[in-house]
Design a protein around this ligand. Structure first.
Ligand SMILES: [Zn+2]
Length: 142
């Protein structure tokens, strides 16, 4: 079956810290995360794999919560402190590394794709840049 891969860029601003890091990343700091998601599937009768507006909506659902947030491991002692000061804290059961974030975004988009029975498409890759020189590529397990 012939398939086509679509891609759409995204970006969000967020802060984090990596508690277990031996270097500078243990300190609170921020990034402009940039990336793109690739979604693959067969071309339907409408000539499309997936409407780009749908991709935008999928990205908003998967990334919207992270924008202008402070991403922390759920066990980080800063969680309650920052939440008490009305900061937008997003906790996760893992360290907010670019590896884990790319996986989180990929699995989230895949979940939304799976829930819509009218769509025959799947996430091929998520590419997430933490800095202009450092990025992660997540692929689902085959
Ligand atoms: Zn960082």
């Amino acid at each position: 079956m012939a398939t086509i891969t679509l891609a759409r860029k995204f970006r969000f601003e967020a802060a984090h810290r990596l508690n277990k890091h031996k270097g500078q990343c243990k300190h609170l700091h921020g990034h402009t995360y940039k990336g793109h998601v690739e979604i693959e599937g067969p071309v339907g009768e409408d000539g499309m794999v997936l409407d780009f507006q749908n991709m935008k909506a999928l990205l908003n659902m998967s990334i919207g919560l992270l924008d202008h947030s402070l991403m922390l491991h759920e066990n980080d002692e800063l969680v309650n402190v920052m939440a008490d000061h009305d900061q937008h804290v997003v906790t996760m059961p893992y360290d907010p590394t670019v590896e884990n974030l790319s996986k989180r975004i990929g699995l989230s988009i895949q979940k939304y794709l799976n829930e819509d029975e009218t769509l025959d498409a799947w996430v091929k890759r998520v590419v997430l840049y933490e800095t202009p020189n450092c990025w992660a590529i997540w692929r689902p397990v085959e």
